[in-house]
Structures are given as structure tokens and as C-alpha cells.
Design a protein around this ligand. Structure first.
Ligand SMILES: *Cc1c(COP(=O)(O)O)cnc(C)c1O
Length: 397
């Protein structure tokens, strides 16, 4: 009988292989940066979400070291038992101040990961059977899973379609309505129409949950993210920012009205039933917030924007599709899984690391390269990638 169980697992793996859906990890030997040694080989990488280069920034790394000597290696318990340290408290105060211009009575709560923060928000706000979640079609997997875990009913609205959402909200009799969206779509790079979404939410008495994983640190004059970028303010906004991408360290936070955050503390299982992240991470994040908020952050964002503009200018594709993105996430839609893999492998052979993204991360038939640009990419790096892509598209025709 044991062999049948294993045969079933083997069958699932074989089915993935038959559809070119097997995923493989590459092993980085050096810190996250455009120039990395990967599986023993020097590569130029266009795949991390470390948009400002803070993951290996000397001041952030030093703060992590300092955090370890101040607070030790681990927290020892969940936040509500004894794992909540001064470092976590200081970080939450700082994040609440970041969010304050956009919320009423802003309070912030630090989570181990963005995945858990999204599960927490949707299960806490959407915990009743007479609640309804309206979820954008291209939302991140963690929002999809959060909606599944909530007791609320779930309705998916088409990508960017505020008219469809308006109709769905109008037709709903739910007592609590929750609209949830990525701000920057993680596999397409475009922005959600947040001002229109917020106006709809205000009109229909709905919460607007914004997952700003790819906006925090990058968007807005002070890097405070999508709410700053669009100049939004409402007591009905629930903001999720992640801290392992542009902030370079790890974890995430929810910023919202203090009562919403208190509900998360009291009710959200992904907050309550897990060991608090190492306080040293929170201490390191204070250094990374200083950089994001200061002159250096502003300069890094300007460099990033210049790289994005260069990439958009130099890429000349005829067959492969480029969804309109003006962010650091620049997808190139190729279509078939095996073709996307082959193109990624060709780039790899030239020392360029650009991952192929396949279903179920993206819709079937839209396998793509996901290029991500960082402030630390030189203009010669971007030129090397665009000319390789321009050549490859023609040679593989
Ligand atoms: C990465 C990501 C998350 C998850 O954040 P982690 O901190 O990596 O768990 C959530 N939402 C979006 C849109 C993301 O891109």
C-alpha cells in the first residue's frame, strides 16, 4: 500500500513535468544584488524585488548585527505571550507615522510575512458569513488564500474593471463589504486604479484593502507607497506593506484605524498563533526605513525610475507581448510554458538571470519572463538585457 501512496505522488510530479510546469530553485552564493554568484557562476540578475538594493546595504546589515547583540537571535514566543520586544514596538510606531497622513487614528502591526498579513486581514474583516469579499482577478495568491480562509462570500471582479465592481457592490446585500486589490500587480507591473476604487468603496460603504507589496518603499515622494503616490486618505483604508521587498529585510505590516488593528491583535490567527519574528529584523528595518524616508531613498528611487525608462525605450519587440507597465516589474508575455522556459534558459546561457513565470502564478497561455529592475542596475546592465532580448526574439522566430 505504501508504494501506491508514493506512486500517486510520482504521478502528480510526472504530470507537472509533462506540462513544463516543474519549478527549480537556483542557489545564490552571494548577497542579493544585480551581480550575484549563482550555483557557482557569476550572473547579472533581473529577478529580485530588492528594488532599492537595501537587502545588502551596509547600514541595514550593520543594524541587523546590532539588533542581534541588543535583542538576541530569536523572540522566544508569539507577540501575545512574551515575544513582543522593544524593537517591534519601535518599528510599529515608525510605520504608523508613515501611514498617518493617509488613515484616521493610524496604528501599525508587524507580521512575520506578507502572506500572513493578508490572511490575517481577510479572515478578521471577512470573518462573518454575512460579509462579502470583492477580489480583483489578478490578486496575489496570498489574497486569494485569505479570501478562501475567510467565512465571507467571495466575488472576483475583472482586472481593473471598476464598472463591474460597482455593479457587484450595488447588487450585494452583505452586511460588511471588503474590496481587496494589489496596488502594483506582481506579475504584470501595472497599477490598480486606487482613487476610483476608493471612491466606489466610500459610496458603497466598503473597506478597501490595498496590498502594496511592490509599492512600499518605491512609490510616492517619500517611498511611503501607493497611498502617498495617489494622495489617498480614508478611515476605511486597510494598508498592507511588505518589508522583504524594497525594504530589503523581511516581514510585513498592516496599517489601519487603531480599532481595526486591535481587532487583528485580538482575532487574527496568523498573528496570534505564530512565534514573533526575530527582533533583530525589526531593528534592521528601522535602518532601512531611515534610508527609504531620506535623501538616499529619494536618489535610489530616481535611479530606479531612470532604469525603467531606459528599459522601456530600448526594448523593441514584435511578437512577444508587453503589458503596459511603468514600474520596476516589466513582464514579457511569451505564451507557451516551454517557450518561456527556453528563452529564460537562453538568457541564462548568456549570464542573464531572468525567471520564467508559468501557471498557476499567471493564467494558462500567458507564461512570461518577469524582468525586475533595481536602483543598482547600471545603464550598461539594462542595455545588455534589452539587446539580448531584442536579438533573442528575432532568432527564435
Ligand atoms: C510578495 C507578495 C506578498 C507576500 O509577501 P511576503 O512578505 O513575501 O510573504 C503579498 N502580496 C504581494 C502582491 C506580493 O507580491
Amino acid at each position: 500500500m505504501t508504494t501506491d501512496l508514493l506512486a500517486d505522488v510520482r504521478g502528480q510530479l510526472d504530470a507537472l513535468a509533462a506540462r513544463s510546469l516543474v519549478r527549480r530553485r537556483r542557489t545564490a552564493e552571494t548577497p542579493c544584488a544585480p551581480r550575484q554568484v549563482v550555483d557557482g557562476r557569476a550572473m547579472l540578475a533581473f529577478c529580485s524585488n530588492d528594488y532599492l538594493g537595501l537587502a545588502a546595504h551596509p547600514r541595514v546589515v550593520e543594524a541587523l548585527r546590532e539588533g542581534a547583540s541588543l535583542y538576541g537571535a530569536g523572540s522566544g514566543a508569539s507577540h501575545l505571550v512574551s515575544g513582543h520586544s522593544r524593537a517591534h514596538a519601535l518599528l510599529e510606531e515608525r510605520l504608523a507615522a508613515f501611514a498617518a497622513p493617509h488613515l484616521a487614528s493610524a496604528r501599525a502591526l508587524y507580521f512575520c510575512t506578507g502572506y500572513m498579513a493578508n490572511l490575517a486581514v481577510l479572515t478578521a474583516l471577512g470573518g462573518a458569513a454575512d460579509a462579502a469579499i470583492f477580489s480583483e482577478a489578478l490578486n496575489h495568491a496570498s489574497l486569494i488564500d485569505g479570501a478562501r480562509l475567510a467565512r465571507a462570500g467571495v466575488t472576483v471582479y475583472p482586472h481593473g474593471d471598476t464598472a463591474a465592481l460597482d455593479a457587484q457592490l450595488a447588487a450585494s446585500t452583505a452586511r460588511t463589504k471588503i474590496v481587496v486589490t494589489d496596488s502594483v500587480f506582481s506579475m504584470d507591473g501595472d497599477l490598480a486604479p486606487l482613487p476610483a476604487l476608493l471612491a466606489l468603496c466610500e459610496r458603497h460603504g466598503a473597506w478597501l484593502v490595498v496590498d502594496d507589496a511592490h509599492g512600499f518603499g518605491v512609490l510616492g515622494e517619500h517611498g511611503r507607497g501607493a497611498l502617498e503616490h495617489f494622495g489617498l486618505r480614508s478611515p476605511h483604508l486597510v494598508y498592507v506593506g511588505t518589508l522583504g521587498k524594497a525594504a530589503g529585510v523581511g516581514g510585513a505590516f498592516v496599517a489601519a484605524h487603531a480599532d481595526v488593528v486591535e481587532l487583528l491583535v485580538q482575532r487574527a490567527r496568523p498573528y496570534i498563533y505564530t512565534t514573533a519574528a526575530a527582533p533583530a529584523l525589526a531593528h534592521a528595518l528601522l535602518a532601512s526605513l531611515d534610508i527609504i524616508d531620506g535623501d538616499e531613498g529619494r536618489a535610489l528611487r530616481a535611479q530606479l525610475r531612470a532604469g525603467i525608462a531606459q528599459f522601456e525605450r530600448e526594448l523593441r519587440l514584435e511578437r512577444w507581448r508587453r503589458p503596459a507597465s511603468h514600474t520596476a516589474i516589466q513582464p514579457i508575455v511569451i505564451g507557451a510554458n516551454d517557450e518561456a522556459l527556453a528563452v529564460s534558459a537562453d538568457l541564462h546561457a548568456q549570464g542573464l538571470w531572468v525567471p520564467a513565470i508559468r501557471p498557476p502564478t499567471v493564467a494558462p497561455g500567458t507564461a512570461r519572463l518577469r524582468v525586475t529592475l533595481c536602483a543598482a542596475h547600471l545603464d550598461t546592465d539594462v542595455a545588455q538585457l534589452t539587446s539580448a532580448l531584442n536579438r533573442l526574439e528575432r532568432s527564435r522566430a
